[in-house]
Design a protein. Structure first.
Length: 149
């Protein structure tokens, strides 16, 4: 399944939403709004990058069986799991925002200190452990629920 690019801007979607006479007609017209299933997207992304899910899961520092359930679609990811996968896929900050949108979790925001550090790590192509170290240095919660000690 190839990634489908949306040609409708968010501003145009807002305008369409506020112009419809009924919310039902807006929701039934998925023009430019449908997102693939998360498991389909990450499976396709791995295939396009010619990578095995196991390697991505390993770089993500996820439990192997949990990671395979994500790829198989039997588990839904938390926001932190999506971030771990972003590092496992070695995504850019922009690619991570797309992954988060498809996962239906909140995007990274530069005004949130933890998000800023994570986006910085992604942008500068730091690995998960290097980014965790930056989070730790800044006194921020680690990705994946790890505790600061």
């Amino acid at each position: 399944m190839a990634e489908k690019e949306s040609k409708i801007t968010t501003q145009e979607l807002w305008a369409r939403l506020f112009d419809v006479s009924s919310i039902h007609s807006f929701l039934s017209d998925a023009d430019g709004r449908s997102l693939p299933a998360f498991s389909d997207y990450i499976t396709d992304l791995a295939a396009r990058r010619d990578e095995k899910p196991e390697m991505i899961i390993r770089r993500s520092n996820l439990d192997s069986s949990f990671g395979h359930r994500l790829f198989g679609g039997t588990r839904n990811p938390s926001r932190d799991t999506v971030l771990q996968l972003a590092f496992g896929f070695e995504l850019t900050a922009d690619e991570t925002q797309t992954l988060m949108k498809i996962a239906r979790v909140t995007a990274l925001h530069p005004k949130v200190p933890r998000d800023a550090v994570i986006a910085y790590g992604l942008h500068h192509r730091l690995g998960l452990l290097e980014t965790q170290h930056l989070l730790y240095e800044c006194g921020l919660p680690l990705i994946g629920g790890g505790k600061r000690e």
